[in-house]
Write a protein that binds this ligand. Structure first.
Ligand SMILES: Cc1ncc(COP(=O)(O)O)c(C=O)c1O
Length: 366
């Protein structure tokens, strides 16, 4: 039995590797593995979220809520927008991207992604018959090549994905650039992915009141410590949110995810501490790695940093393997379009784990 043509032609998405997989493959103890591959919060979830999950367990025989009004209000308060400007996704921000595609993409449409960026946009939108058109990040200047976006726009362009801070470069896109692109292209949806905005302390959420063609993607998987609960959300004018609600999966957020989300947003101390510790770790890693001559370390506004390793004598897959044997998971960026085989990405960690990582990478490179 043949699948749809698009599925037949597609490659699978390559996610970061888990601790369980690496522990098994290299015969290591899971809790001794240092995971720097998936940009998670290394300090664990909010204690209030964990308590709420325990209390909710006896109710999991019942369907969850579909309207999620209390959570929508909490997200709106956290984001400084109206309730009608929020939509919740139950498979993280990835579900929000999927619902966006289902709502707006017709077969044959085009979307623009500057490379390198988060590869999941392309993976999802192609499933709906859309075609990627690539713009670029200027890696020498470490900034978005804005002209390349304007040059990529054509008659069939439906969406432009702009990740800020960008994964994997860690760079911000200036708000006036986003506003300029949106104002000159009122029929194109400008999707601004703010998965990591807390670490940059910059948001573009005000733009949704100015432009009805700007959509902001958010997630609870990063600073908010809930990657395993799969909760994302989106912010946009209420017209876009209303269209998306028509086709969004009805019960996609589990009861446990719902209470975890609600109680994390209410745990301001946890959120502030996670941001503070994340920025501290980022600075430590940047300072220490910059002292190693063979590494080209990109300054980052996020919870990860991109590292060029061309001068080390290793390819990314070789270096990732050497580190893995020693219990460190980093992201080999070879599968990111727009990067070659000489780039890795590492996430922030606890200072203790950061120090171990620095010792081990020095040992491998020496
Ligand atoms: C830029 C960006 N957007 C979205 C996501 C997806 O996040 P979620 O875990 O909420 O699906 C990620 C995950 O790594 C990401 O890096």
């Amino acid at each position: 039995m043949k699948p749809r043509r698009i599925v037949d032609e597609m490659d699978s998405y390559v996610p970061g590797r888990s601790q369980d997989e690496i522990a098994q493959e290299f015969n290591l103890k899971k809790d001794e593995i240092i995971k720097l591959g998936s940009n998670e919060n290394p300090w664990g979830p909010s204690p209030k979220a964990m308590e709420a999950i325990k209390k909710e367990i006896p109710s999991i025989n019942r369907y969850p809520e579909s309207q999620l009004k209390e959570l929508v209000s909490e997200m709106a308060r956290y984001s400084g927008v109206e309730d009608s400007q929020v939509i919740v996704g139950g498979d993280g921000a990835d579900e929000i991207i999927d619902v966006l595609a289902k709502t707006f993409i017709d077969e044959g449409d085009e979307f623009i992604v500057p490379l390198p960026s988060y590869m999941y946009y392309e993976y999802l939108l192609q499933q709906y018959g859309a075609r990627p058109v690539y713009a670029k990040w200027d890696l020498d200047k470490n900034e978005l090549d804005v002209d390349s976006i304007f040059e990529a726009i054509g008659e069939r362009t439906k969406m432009i994905f702009l990740c800020s801070p960008n994964n994997p470069t860690g760079t911000l896109i200036q708000k006036d650039v986003l506003a300029d692109i949106a104002s000159k292209n009122p029929d194109i949806l400008v999707v601004v992915d703010e998965a990591y905005f807390e670490y940059s302390e910059v948001t573009n959420k005000d733009l949704i009141n100015e432009f009805n063609n700007i959509f902001i993607i958010r997630t609870m998987s990063k600073v908010l410590g809930l990657a395993g609960m799969r909760i994302g959300y989106g912010l946009a004018c209420s017209e876009i949110i209303e269209y998306m609600h028509r086709i969004k999966p009805v019960f996609s957020l589990t009861r446990l995810s719902f209470v975890a989300a609600l109680n994390t947003f209410r745990d301001t101390e946890y959120i502030e501490e996670s941001i503070r510790k994340g920025i501290e770790s980022r600075q430590y890693l940047y300072d220490e790695l910059s002292k190693i001559d063979s590494l080209n370390v990109f300054p980052s506004k996020s919870n990860f940093m991109l590292i060029g390793i061309r001068d080390t004598g290793f390819t990314a897959s070789q270096l990732a393997l050497e580190l893995m044997k020693r219990g460190i998971i980093v992201r080999d960026c070879t599968s990111f379009k727009g990067l070659d085989e000489y780039w890795i990405r590492i996430s922030i960690c606890t200072l203790e784990e950061d120090k171990k990582f620095i010792d081990i990478i020095k040992e491998v490179l020496s």
